[in-house]
Design a protein around this ligand. Structure first.
Ligand code: NAP
Length: 347
């Protein structure tokens, strides 16, 4: 294939470009030429800006475009309109955040963490209702926690409008592994590798989902190679994984002495320790943690073992600049973790 990658040098771009090259495809990347500019000297690089400069894309033809990085519907509208006559397929990387996330409530109105059976009923498939724009949305392009999901499905619709029947939409869950700038998954392998007493949230039974960027990008490229249209959730692993299994799975690739202290969700809440930002990957009881991926698996999505992702993440982390290693962007600082553990033990 002659492949155009919009983006290409951030997080999912590099493993995607590597896999495309491994598969023998001709790759062009389009970005502003600011991020990781030393990557892929052998690849054609076009410079422009999704905001206001698409000149470099004009008058060229490709078999497929991978739109990796677009959140704003306008970005997709403009590239899709420009490329509709000169590109065979539009592949848009979206997100499972497009779904409306119903609160799980018990019959008496209290919210609760669903058990496994309830989870089955709640699992979001590709036809689940989409999140609506908040009522007070002012029409601006500001990306917030509430506008991100709606913008992403609007962007999907722009691609499908310009490339009817020739669009592939992939909705990943949390993307993890080497190269992740967010530290959301990285926190756990790094913390567990450090050893000692590790604060872990909840009861251990909560579901977690994520996908290694290398598995994701391989799946995306395979869909394009096989000329597959449609919408696909893409997160993992293949069967339910609990928070307890996650941390013990990571522990299996580390060697230091370690103990896990499980601290209940309500105590963490009292301490101001929040799911997701302070305790990454963990969003207890949220249907976004048990999204259905049968369609993608049927279409060839495969997952590497957790141990591979954990070990590779630890190794990659060791190569990062000191300021990134010493202050992770997600999770608790060592001092804060110790404070919360002390509060828990002396309650
Ligand atoms: N991270 C997650 O857990 C998660 C979960 C679900 C879905 N997603 C989705 O997954 C995708 C991740 O994309 P990625 O960033 O990793 O892709 P990527 O292919 O690595 O692209 C990032 C690139 O976009 C370029 N870029 C940024 N602003 C630009 C602009 N104005 N004009 C042209 N190029 C621009 C940057 O290069 P320059 O700086 O050189 O321009 C950078 O190389 C996103 O669509 C996100 O919504 C992420």
């Amino acid at each position: 294939m002659r492949a155009l990658v919009l983006g290409g040098t951030g997080f999912i771009g590099p493993p995607m470009v590597e896999y495309l090259l491994d598969r023998g495809h001709a790759v062009t990347i389009f970005n502003r030429g600011r991020t990781n500019t030393d990557l892929f000297p052998q690849v054609e690089k076009l410079t422009g800006d999704r905001n206001d400069d698409l000149e470099a894309l004009k008058g060229r033809t490709w078999d497929v475009v991978f739109d990796n990085h677009a959140t704003l519907p306008r970005w997709v509208r403009q590239t899709a309109e420009l490329l509709r006559g000169s590109v065979g397929r539009y592949v848009h990387v979206s997100t499972i955040s497009v779904y409306a996330q119903p609160e799980y409530t018990l019959p008496d109105g209290r919210s609760a963490e669903p058990g496994w059976n309830e989870e089955e009923k709640l699992r979001l498939d590709e036809d689940a209702p989409l999140a609506e724009m908040p009522d007070d949305w002012d029409g601006s392009e500001q990306i917030t926690g509430l506008t991100y999901g709606p913008f992403k499905w609007m962007a999907e619709a722009e691609a499908e409008k310009a490339f009817p029947g020739r669009t592939t939409v992939v909705r990943p869950g949390l993307i993890v592994g080497p190269g992740d700038p967010s530290d959301r998954f990285t926190y756990w392998p790094v913390r567990i590798d450090r050893g000692g007493e590790v604060l872990v949230p909840g009861t251990g039974g909560d579901s977690v989902q994520f996908i290694d960027a290398r598995d994701l990008t391989r799946f995306i490229v395979d869909l394009a190679e096989n000329d597959v249209s449609g919408v696909f959730n893409a997160t993992g692993p293949e069967s339910r994984l609990s928070m307890e299994e996650l941390v013990h799975g990571i522990r299996a690739v580390t060697t230091g002495p370690i103990g896990f202290t499980w601290v209940p969700a309500d105590f963490l809440e009292e301490q101001g320790v929040e799911p997701w930002s302070h305790m990454p990957v963990w969003i207890p009881g949220d249907p976004i943690s048990y999204v259905r991926v049968d369609r993608a698996i049927e279409q060839g999505l495969r997952f590497r073992p957790l141990a591979d992702t954990a070990r590779d993440t630890i190794e990659w982390h060791a190569t990062r600049p000191e300021e990134q290693r010493s202050r992770l962007r997600s999770g608790l600082s060592p001092e804060r973790e110790m404070e919360v553990l002390e509060a828990w033990h002396s309650r």
